[in-house]
Design a protein around this ligand. Structure first.
Ligand SMILES: [Zn+2]
Length: 447
């Protein structure tokens, strides 16, 4: 099957008809549909699919044994997320298997396709939950009690889906069977577009924090309570949002309040409480800690000024990740093969008229005569596939702490992500499949 065929099948699953965004929350019906689709596709290719103790899916190509090369991503989404985040990586694994089978490639090492659970934290609040649990970073006891907006716990949701929540936790045996993990993902930013290449290699992932801030004031009448008498939690919340923006700009970091709940939620009343979630990321740990400290002290100061109580608690911390240097370098060598068509084209050709005669394509591998010199000079070497840092967290980041891991990014022309407007061109997705197939061929082709 081509990438486009696979894409067409997955595209409608979990999509909200009003917003056009995806609501593929873990352990919901949409999630079950996506899992069933992946399982059926893997089985059609003769792969053996299993669900691990943490609810992650693994589809084995070749006999299950140690030294396997794993690749994959996730199928869950943020609220009204785009279609590419996660799904691109999963669809690309299937398309890469097809490409390799067409070439009659037989893996010497088993290739295993992975789909991780709750990567976005869209339902239970902790991102990369499946890989956190697997690598032992997340306490299973705490994970079981995480609850969604309706008060359903992870344990209840997993049990309803037919899994045993008592079994979640570290999975050293599975990890020790993997020689490497490579995740392909849509780029969540716009670094590749100006560089002219369809595919990049991740160098690192910024450290990432999630904090909950609860501002508690006093509910009162919006029409009768004098301004001076109010204990309005909305005010310190508002100034904290502005302080976060300022602190992030000053430290070249990122800080976002994307979720807020004001109670009781009446138009004509002063709120009793405002609970808000801060997402903060920075190039290094010290900058992240300093940015959070600045935001916290602004929140405390403003809360005191407005007679509002404040509780600040950390929901998650994801440390700085550098991907495995040897593996990343090996990917760079593999992807530099000009036959793959992945090396950047710095000056994109102007769109030519379909009717205009096209000049013959120059072959950059051949030496060319320089005008008038009469001598042949070698052309400059093709620029390598770009290596990029990213502010977005990924399962590959958690696996990187335990096994050699690396990531490939597929160009996102606008950089928009976590939105229905997220996009990647079909030609770039196909380039991503070629890249992933080449990487798997290299890594799994030798015993
Ligand atoms: Zn993702």
């Amino acid at each position: 099957m081509t990438f486009a065929d696979l894409w067409r099948e997955l595209e409608p699953l979990g999509r909200d008809p009003q917003t056009g965004g995806y609501r593929r929350y873990s352990w919901t019906q949409a999630d079950a549909q996506c899992r069933a689709w992946f399982t059926a596709q893997a089985q059609r290719r003769g792969l053996t699919v299993e669900t691990d103790r943490n609810g992650n899916l693994w589809a084995w190509w070749g006999q299950k044994r140690t030294g396997a090369i794993a690749t994959g991503s996730h199928l869950d989404s943020v609220p009204d997320g785009g279609g590419f985040d996660g799904a691109l990586g999963v669809v690309s694994t299937l398309a890469a298997v097809d490409l390799l089978k067409e070439k009659n490639f037989h893996p010497e090492r088993a290739v295993v396709l992975a789909v991780f659970t709750e990567e976005e934290g869209g339902r239970f609040g902790v991102p990369c939950l499946g890989s956190r649990l697997m690598t032992g970073v997340m306490d299973p006891e705490r994970a079981r009690t995480l609850s969604d907006n309706n008060g359903v716990t992870l344990a209840e949701a997993m049990a309803a889906a037919g899994l045993d929540p008592d079994k979640i936790g570290p999975d050293d045996q599975r990890l020790s069977g993997l020689a490497a993990f490579v995740e392909l993902h849509v780029e969540q930013g716009r670094a590749l577009a100006p560089l002219g290449g369809p595919v990049g290699i991740a160098r690192s992932i910024w450290p990432h924090d999630r904090w909950r801030l609860e501002f508690t004031g006093r509910p009162d009448h919006a029409g009768t309570t004098r301004l001076a008498d109010r204990h309005d939690p909305m005010l310190p919340y508002a100034s904290t949002v502005l302080a976060a923006r300022q602190a992030a700009a000053a430290s070249k970091s990122l800080a976002t309040f994307g979720k807020v709940i004001a109670l009781p939620g009446g138009t004509n009343g002063i709120s009793s409480s405002v609970t808000a979630w801060l997402d903060a990321r920075a190039p290094d740990e010290a900058t992240l800690a300093a940015t959070i400290a600045t935001i916290r002290s602004a929140a405390e100061k403003s809360s005191a000024e407005h007679n509002v109580a404040l509780i600040v608690s950390q929901e998650s911390h994801t440390p700085l990740v550098y991907f495995d240097l040897a593996l990343t370098n090996r990917l760079a060598v593999t992807l530099a093969n000009p036959a793959l068509g992945l090396t950047p084209q710095p000056s994109p050709a102007k769109p030519a008229s379909a009717l205009a005669p096209q000049p013959p394509a120059a072959n950059p591998a051949q030496p060319r005569p320089t005008a008038g010199s009469g001598r042949y000079v070698s052309p400059p070497p093709a620029p390598p596939v770009p290596a990029l840092p990213t502010g977005a967290g990924h399962d590959a980041g958690f696996l990187a702490a335990r096994i050699p891991a690396a990531m490939l990014f597929v160009r996102n022309p606008t950089g928009v992500s976590h939105s229905p407007a997220e996009h990647a061109d079909l030609a770039d997705c196909e380039a991503g499949v070629r890249a992933l197939a080449a990487v798997l061929e290299d890594l799994a082709g030798k015993p």
